[in-house]
Design a protein around this ligand. Structure first.
Ligand code: E4P
Length: 220
C-alpha cells in the first residue's frame, strides 16, 4: 500500500519525505488556501516545488477549480505541464467524468475526488481514472461507515477487473490507515499527524527505556 501525504504544507511534505516512506502527495483547494497560496502563477509554482521535494516517480494530485468540461480540460492540461509527477484531480460530477475520460484518452493521469458511493467509484473507473478517492472521514462524520465503502469498491474492482487504484482519502487518524490497508486500499493519503501516529505504542517506549537503563547499569 502506498503512502501519500494530504497537505500543501511544504514542511510537512519535507518531514514525511525525510522519513523515507512517502510515495506521493494529494492537495485540494482548501489545503492550498490554508497555506495562503493564491493566483495561477503562485499555485503552479507551489505544485512544482512540491514535485521537486518528493522527487521523481511520486504522484502529486493537483485539483482543478473549473466545474465545466472545457474549463477542466484547459486547467488540467496546464497543471499536467508543470511536472511529470502531476496527477489532475477532478471532482465526481457529470462534466468531471467526461473530463476524466478525455484525459485518459490523451494520456493525462487523473484522481477522481469527492467520491462517496460505490456507484460513483464505478463511473470513475469506467472513465479510466488513475485513482479514485473515497472520503472515509467525511462519511464517518455523518455517522455512516467510511471503511465499508473501501471494502465495497475493492470487491467491485476485483470482480470487474477495473484498474483504477483505490486511494483512501479524508483519513483522520492512524486507525483509519490500518483499517484502509485491511479493506484493500491501494493508497492512503493522510495528514502528517496520522502518519506519525502510527509510530506510537506505550510498550515500545517502556521497552526502550528498560533496554537503555539495563545498558547503562553495566556500561555506566
Ligand atoms: C483528498 O484527496 C482530500 O484532499 C482530503 O483527503 C480531504 O480530507 P478532509 O475530509 O480531512 O478534508
Amino acid at each position: 500500500m502506498l503512502f501519500f501525504i494530504d497537505t500543501a504544507n511544504l514542511d510537512h511534505i519535507r518531514e514525511a519525505a525525510e522519513l523515507g516512506i512517502l510515495d506521493g502527495v494529494t492537495t485540494n483547494p482548501s489545503l492550498m488556501a490554508k497555506e495562503g497560496i493564491s493566483g495561477e502563477k503562485e499555485i503552479l509554482k507551489h505544485y512544482r516545488t512540491i514535485c521537486e521535494i518528493v522527487g521523481e516517480g511520486r504522484d502529486v494530485s493537483a485539483e482543478v477549480i473549473s466545474t465545466d468540461f472545457n474549463g477542466m480540460v484547459a486547467e488540467g492540461k496546464k497543471l499536467a505541464e508543470v511536472h511529470e509527477n502531476i496527477v489532475v484531480k477532478v471532482p465526481m460530477i457529470k462534466d468531471g467524468v467526461k473530463a476524466i475520460a478525455h484525459f485518459t484518452e490523451i494520456g493525462i493521469r487523473t484522481n477522481c475526488t469527492l467520491v462517496f458511493s460505490a456507484g460513483q467509484a464505478i463511473l470513475a473507473a469506467k472513465a479510466g481514472a488513475t485513482y479514485v478517492s473515497p472520503f472515509i472521514g467525511r462519511i464517518d462524520d455523518i455517522s455512516w461507515d467510511g471503511m465499508q465503502l473501501i471494502e465495497d469498491i475493492y470487491k467491485i474492482y476485483d470482480i470487474t477487473g477495473y484498474e483504477t487504484a483505490i486511494l483512501a482519502a479524508s483519513i483522520r487518524n492512524p486507525l483509519h490507515i490500518v483499517q484502509a490497508a485491511k479493506a484493500g486500499a491501494d493508497v492512503v493519503t493522510c495528514p502528517l499527524s496520522a502518519i506519525l501516529g502510527l509510530l506510537n505504542h506505550p510498550l515500545t517506549d517502556i521497552g526502550l527505556e528498560k533496554f537503555l537503563a539495563d545498558y547503562k547499569k553495566v556500561n555506566g
